[in-house]
Design a protein around this ligand. Structure first.
Ligand code: NAD
Ligand code: ZN
Length: 346
C-alpha cells in the first residue's frame, strides 16, 4: 500500500480548507482503516469550512474534515472483532469514552466526554480513514452504495421523527435542509397523514414536495401560523420537527402544535432563544424533546432496514455528486442552500 493519500484538510483557523497529500494514518489496536468509497457533506462540515462562530469556538485545526462515510475495511487493529478486511462499512460519528455515567447506562451517543469524527479528530474526506471499532457499522449489501454514507443523517431524522408517533397525524417540519428533507421522507414512511414544510429556500421547497410534503410554505414571505390555521384549522398540528435552528421557526413550531402535542428539536440555534413557557408549553402540556445524534445502534438498525427494504427512497435527496478534489463546489452550493445531500468520492 502507498503511504500518502489525498485529503481535505482544515489547515488554519480561517475560512476554507485545502486539498493536499498527507500520510495514510496508522491504526491502534481497536481501530479500523477503511478505503473511503463515498462521503457526504454535513452542515457541520460546512460550518467548519466557512469558519462560523461555532467552529471558531470548537475546532482546533489542523485536521482532516468529514464524518459521513462508507468504505471497505483494509486493515484492522489486533483487538478488533466486529469486522474483517474486505467488509463494506459505515461509521457512527459519536465516539464515546466508554466509562462515563451515560456510557455505563447504555446511552453512549450522549457520552459526557464525546468526541466527534472529523470534528475533534481526523475525519473521512480522504482516500483512507481511521474509524473506531465501537463506531463501525457493517453495511447491508442490498443498500445502494450512494445511500450508505447517508445512514448517519438518516439516523438524526429517525431519532427526531420517532418520538412524534406520527402515524395518521398532522406534522409540521420547519427547515428543509438535508436532514429536514430526509425527515419528510421518514415521516411519510412512518405514516404521517399530512406534512406541512416551512422553508425559505425555493429549491428546497420544491425538493420537499418531491420527497413527500403535502404543503410547503415560505416563512420569509408568508405567515406560517396562518398557513397552519388554513390547513389544519384551530387544532394546529400534532407534532413539529424543528430542523432549522432558527429562533422564529422554533417559536412558531411550538405555537403551531396542538395542546398535548409533541415537539422534537434537532436544529441548533447559535444563540439563546426565548420561549413563552407558561402559555406555549406548560398550559398546553406540550412535550419538548431535545435530540442529538442517534442511538448506537438501535437507530442504525431502523435506518438500514428502511433502506434495504426500499420502503424509504432517499435518492431524490442526493442532488449532487463530485470527486473529492472538487469539495469546494459542494461547499459553495451549501452556502447558497441550493442543494440536498452532496456526495463526494475520493
Ligand atoms: P441546514 O442548515 O442545511 O438546513 C437548515 C434549513 O433551515 C435551511 O434549508 C434553511 O433555509 C432553513 N431555514 C432557515 N430559516 C428558517 C425558518 N425561519 N423557517 C424554516 N426554515 C428555515 O441544516 P441540516 O444539515 O439540514 O441540519 C438541520 C439542523 O440540525 C441544523 O440546525 C443543524 O445544525 C442541526 N443538526 C443537529 C444535530 C443534532 O444532533 N442535534 C445533528 C446534525 C445537524
Ligand atoms: Zn462516555
Amino acid at each position: 500500500m502507498k503511504n500518502k493519500m489525498e485529503a481535505v484538510v482544515k489547515e488554519k483557523p480561517e475560512y476554507g480548507a485545502v486539498f493536499k497529500k498527507v500520510d495514510i494514518p496508522e491504526i491502534g489496536p481497536e481501530q479500523i482503516l477503511i478505503k473511503v468509497e463515498s462521503t457526504s457533506i454535513c452542515g457541520t462540515d460546512h460550518h467548519i469550512y466557512v469558519w462560523n462562530n461555532w467552529a471558531q469556538n470548537n475546532i482546533k485545526p489542523p485536521h482532516i474534515m468529514g464524518h459521513e462515510v462508507a468504505g471497505k475495511v483494509v486493515k484492522i487493529g489486533n483487538r478488533v472483532k466486529k469486522v474483517q478486511e474486505g467488509d463494506f462499512v459505515s461509521s457512527e460519528t459519536h465516539i464515546p469514552c466508554g466509562h462515563c455515567y451515560q456510557c455505563q447506562t447504555s446511552q453512549p451517543h450522549i457520552c459526557k466526554n464525546l468526541k466527534i469524527l472529523g470534528v475533534h479528530q481526523n475525519g473521512v474526506f480522504a482516500e483512507y480513514a481511521v474509524i473506531e471499532e465501537v463506531d463501525v457499522w457493517k453495511n447491508d449489501p442490498n443498500i445502494p452504495k450512494d445511500l450508505t454514507s447517508i445512514q448517519e443523517p438518516l439516523g438524526n431524522a429517525i431519532e427526531t421523527i420517532l418520538p412524534g408517533n406520527v402515524g395518521g397525524k398532522d406534522v409540521l417540519i420547519t427547515g428543509a435542509g438535508p436532514i429536514g428533507l430526509i425527515s419528510i421522507a421518514v415521516a411519510r414512511v412512518f405514516g404521517a397523514a399530512n406534512i406541512l414544510v416551512s422553508e425559505p429556500n425555493k429549491y428546497r421547497r420544491d425538493l420537499a414536495l418531491k420527497v413527500g410534503a403535502d404543503h410547503v410554505v415560505d416563512p420569509a414571505n408568508e405567515d406560517l401560523m396562518r398557513a397552519v390555521d388554513d390547513i389544519f384549522g384551530s387544532k394546529g398540528v400534532d407534532f413539529t420537527a424543528e430542523m432549522s435552528g432558527n429562533p422564529k421557526a422554533i417559536r412558531d413550531g411550538i405555537k403551531a402544535v396542538t395542546a398535548g402535542g409533541i415537539v422534537s428539536l434537532l436544529g441548533l440555534p447559535d444563540q439563546e432563544v426565548s420561549l413563552d413557557l407558561t402559555n406555549d408549553i406548560i398550559f398546553k402540556n406540550i412535550k419538548l424533546i431535545g435530540v442529538t445524534g442517534r442511538k448506537m445502534f438501535s437507530t442504525w438498525h431502523i435506518a438500514s432496514n428502511l433502506l434495504k427494504s426500499k420502503r424509504l427512497d432517499l435518492s431524490p435527496i442526493i442532488t449532487h455528486k463530485f470527486p473529492l478534489k472538487d469539495f469546494e463546489k459542494g461547499m459553495k452550493l451549501m452556502t447558497e442552500n441550493n442543494c440536498g445531500k452532496i456526495i463526494l468520492k475520493p
